[in-house]
Ligand binder design. Sequence first.
Ligand code: CMX
Ligand code: CO
Length: 144
Amino acid sequence: MLTRIDHIGIACRDLDATVEFYKATYGFTDAHFEVNEEQGVRECMLKINDTGDGAASYLQLIEPIREDSAVAKWMEKNGEGVHHIAFGTDGTVAGEAAGIAGKGVRVLYDAPRNGSMGSLINFLHPKDCHGVLTELVQKRPAAE
Ligand code: CMX
Ligand code: CO
């Protein structure tokens, strides 16, 4: 089941300055930085709140590290701003994706890929989701 807003993905030109804005303006403090080479981004997960399913909701601030990355291409057209939303599952991304694909929505990857903080992710095509690029996230158990 999809049980939470896992994160909202926000594209920015200067990650450090944007994180500083969110910290200074709203008082968010829990920041985790990493690079996802495969996705072509440097990112920061800013934790907003815990969720009832044992996970949490975040803002994902993303700065492109390559000109041919999905985010760089999107920013060329749209500038900075909200790039995608992500729903978290209490099950598996593979299971959620198969169910959603069965409803006629295009799933972008054949198999889940690596997301933030050890998670597994996949994406649904924005053209099949009323204009919203939608990500599915599975928090990987600490034991794995
Ligand atoms: N939100 C809404 N619509 C979007 C979009 C977005 N983020 N990105 C592209 N689109 C729309 C475009 O506006 C375009 O619409 P029109 O044809 O009406 O102009 C259409 O989708 C095709 O877009 P495009 O610019 O030609 O881009 P591509 O088809 O090459 O790529 C997509 C689009 C969704 C397949 C690609 O962005 C992708 O693979 N995204 C998934 C990976 C990703 O976004 N990674 C970064 C985040 C990593 C993370 O969250 O960890
Ligand atoms: Co994301």
